[in-house]
Design a binder for this molecule. Structure first.
Ligand code: DGY
Length: 395
């Protein structure tokens, strides 16, 4: 155990650029939104103040409308595509123009609960909660026009699960005409067989070009994107953050934030049930543009365990993890190995992702599904020992 902790600390220190941390040198040379929040949870173990700084830096780049971008391009680095010139969002410190899973509320609550320096934690919470809440309000305003309680993503990169099988059908409706010629950089840093395909990249960029042509007006993006998906894992992270913000805001006397956050969490958690699929025994995505459920058994529907879903659903998800585990050596594959489109080595189409395991185990533990939570933790540690700190799949 000690050696894992030491190597985790060494990696975080190596990737630390002072006020933000890169997910990895080379492939991801800037600050990424959810990576940063989860990184802060690790930094907390050896430097509490530095952990708070990570989230402060991220939130300092929030847009005026409340959106928190998925990449902050703090400095130039031509080793990444698409860089700031492609996004062209017009920000002083350039950022991308889309968002990412809203895990900041959860992270801030966890840092606060575990803080030894309570004075610093209190100060940080009072400064950060209004910003995080503004981001949550942005989600429900800009990504839930009908007021269903659940929000849609408008680009696969927002989910963090770039090339999930979930997007195969919706992507067949995203065109590629007019995509300007580009040169990918990711395949220079990573094995192309593990990364998204060229056809997927063309669609990623087509969407970016469309959003840029709409001048990054979030209402226009919401109404014009042909890709609008209600992703259960993405929503679960947002709803868990809303409920953590509600608890924390009540504790520090921010009563209006507490009340609205509680109502976001309650409404969304009830709405989530419409995404339940009895055949797979897990949640699935809903394609808002096509008005249909996406019958694809990905990890997103299991990550829903991170929110305060009903006890019966948590139990069913725990059983689902065990059923999936009987087909792989390690829990939890990012796509069902029996499902169409599964690929043991390609990014989000099969490999296990440790941060997702962490969130699923956390949710299951809270719901009393301790044995399965322990199994996920045990498998994750074994995977780290065999494959290192990265996404990995050993069937
Ligand atoms: C990438 O470029 O691979 C990212 O996942 C986009 O955020």
């Amino acid at each position: 155990m000690q050696s894992y902790i030491q190597s985790a600390e060494e990696i975080l220190k190596k990737n630390d650029l002072g006020s933000y941390t890169v997910p990895t040198h080379g492939l991801y040379p800037f600050q990424w939104n959810w990576d940063s929040c989860l990184t802060a949870l690790g930094q907390f173990h050896f430097n509490e103040a530095r952990a708070w700084r990570e989230i402060e830096t991220l939130m300092a780049h929030q847009w005026d409308d409340g959106m928190v971008p998925h990449i902050i391009f703090h400095k130039e680095d031509d080793g990444y595509f698409p860089g700031p010139d492609v996004w062209a969002t017009g920000r002083k410190v350039p950022t991308s123009g889309i968002t990412q899973p809203a895990v900041a509320g959860f992270a801030v609550n966890r840092l606060y609960e575990r803080a030894k320096d309570k004075a610093l934690a209190g100060e940080m919470v009072r400064a950060l909660l209004p910003k995080i809440h503004k981001w949550h309000q942005w989600f429900f305003r800009c990504r839930d026009p009908q007021g269903t309680g659940l929000v849609a993503i408008i680009h696969p990169w927002e989910s963090g699960r770039d090339n999930s099988v979930d997007w195969d059908v919706p992507f067949s409706r995203v065109p590629t005409d007019g995509v300007l010629p580009f040169q990918r950089r990711d395949t220079q840093h990573a094995n192309p067989d593990h990364r998204p395909t060229q056809a997927q990249y063309e669609r990623y960029i087509w969407l970016v070009q469309l959003f840029r042509s709409l001048k990054w007006d979030n209402m226009a993006l919401r109404d014009n994107s042909p890709f609008r998906i209600v992703d259960p894992g993405f929503n679960a992270i947002l709803l868990r953050s809303c409920s953590d913000v509600a608890k924390l805001a009540a504790e520090v006397g921010l009563d209006d934030i507490a009340a609205e956050s509680r109502s976001f969490a309650q409404k969304g958690t009830l709405a989530m049930d419409a995404l339940w699929d009895d055949d797979f025994g897990q949640y699935i995505c809903f394609d808002r543009a096509a008005n249909e459920l996406i019958k694809s058994p990905s990890i997103s529907g299991i990550l829903a365990a991170f929110a305060d879903i009903p006890a019966g659903r948590s139990k069913a998800l725990a059983e689902r993890v065990m059923r999936l585990s009987s087909r792989c050596t390690y829990a939890v594959a990012s796509h069902d190995p029996a499902g169409e489109g599964f690929d043991a080595s390609r990014y989000w189409r099969g490999p296990v992702w440790l941060i997702v395991n962490y969130m699923i185990a956390d949710g299951l533990r809270r719901a009393g599904q301790t044995d399965v939570a322990e199994k996920i933790k045990h498998d994750s540690l074994e995977l780290i020992e065999k494959g290192g700190f990265r996404n990995t799949m050993i069937l």
